[in-house]
Design a binder for this molecule. Structure first.
Ligand code: ATP
Length: 296
């Protein structure tokens, strides 16, 4: 359980298909209505009942990878790799749940989480990528963006916050920005948490049925929900325009929370396992240090 072989589907020849291949956003036009938000591609177990165990089983592997990344950041900050996980999705799609259940599997010291809200007056004075740049992960860190630069082609586009010619330029700008970030040593993983309209309705209603969830309920979410088609379209364009090899988009079916959590954890494991991480060599004479410790 938790190994790459068991956590991936097999094709006709018996070769396992990596989850990254199963979940990669289609190249070219994207039709979200054709992608099943309740699907569970690549899931190695039975379903909801064994999902927590499968996700937990990824913990030790992810922890080791994260520690290796962190160790590289300590020993060679100038050249150390970094990881950036971008989480986007409609309200209730579970960005917070992923942070809790997936990032919670590793040492919190290695995670740099940033939640992007409505820009503050100071942020507004700057270019929209200013606050993004400042939040990029440092050497050896896993950066997590709860919302991101994509808000500037999503809510901004749907709500007409800037003219179309302004947001229209941003897809190319974001691609150029991400290419630069990747070139500087950051592995980028962008996850669109794909939830259906029906499931969102149930999750919003559930918040109203439970006083311990009132704090999560925002009446404004219903106004955003009323613009569902426009948001889906904005997401489709962002997925199509910004799905590059160095900063790929993955569509995570998110109607089933247990699948969503497992899938993001496995995707992160697969990505980090592919980075060729290793433990940094000692920068001191190990034998000599052993002697000194023994004599101390
Ligand atoms: P979650 O992200 O977990 O759903 P939330 O909805 O509770 O959190 P809010 O305080 O509502 O958090 O902040 C997120 C809001 O900020 C969203 O409505 C989002 O569209 C908005 N936002 C983020 N970035 C921008 C931006 N660049 N321009 C305008 N609005 C933005």
């Amino acid at each position: 359980m938790g190994s790459s072989k068991k956590s991936a589907k097999q094709d006709k020849t018996g070769t396992p298909t990596a989850l990254s291949e199963l979940l990669r956003a289609p190249l070219g036009p994207v039709d979200l209505s054709a992608l099943d938000a309740a699907a569970t591609p690549g899931y190695p177990g039975k379903g909801k009942e064994d999902a927590p165990a499968h996700t937990q089983a990824l913990g030790p592997v992810l922890s080791d990878l994260q520690e290796q990344l962190f160790a590289n950041g300590r020993s060679a900050p100038e050249s150390a790799p970094r990881v950036l996980v971008v989480l986007q999705g409609m309200d209730t799609s579970g960005k917070g749940g992923v942070v809790r259940h997936v990032m919670g599997l590793v040492d919190p010291q290695g995670i740099a989480l940033t939640s992007f809200k409505v820009p503050t007056p100071i942020e507004r004075k700057h270019h929209y990528l200013w606050r993004i740049r400042r939040a990029l992960p440092g050497p050896g860190m896993i950066g997590v963006f709860d919302r991101s630069q994509y808000e500037d082609v999503l809510v901004v586009r749907v709500e007409n916050l800037v003219p179309p010619e302004v947001w229209g330029r941003r897809y190319d700008e974001i691609n150029a920005f991400e290419a630069k970030v990747a070139e500087q040593g950051t592995r980028i993983v962008k996850c669109f948490l794909h939830v259906s309209s029906g499931e969102q309705k149930e999750r919003l209603a559930a918040r109203l049925d439970d006083p311990t969830k009132y704090w999560k309920y925002n009446p404004g979410d219903v106004d955003v929900r009323a613009k569902w088609p426009a948001y889906q379209q904005a997401y489709e364009v962002a997925l199509e325009q910004c799905n590059t090899e160095v900063a790929p988009w993955y569509v995570i079916p998110s109607d089933r929370k247990w699948y969503r959590n497992w899938a993001v954890a496995e995707l992160l494991r697969e990505t980090m396992a592919g980075m060729g991480l290793d433990w940094p060599a000692a920068e001191f004479d190990v034998a000599a240090e052993r002697k000194r410790v023994a004599a101390s």
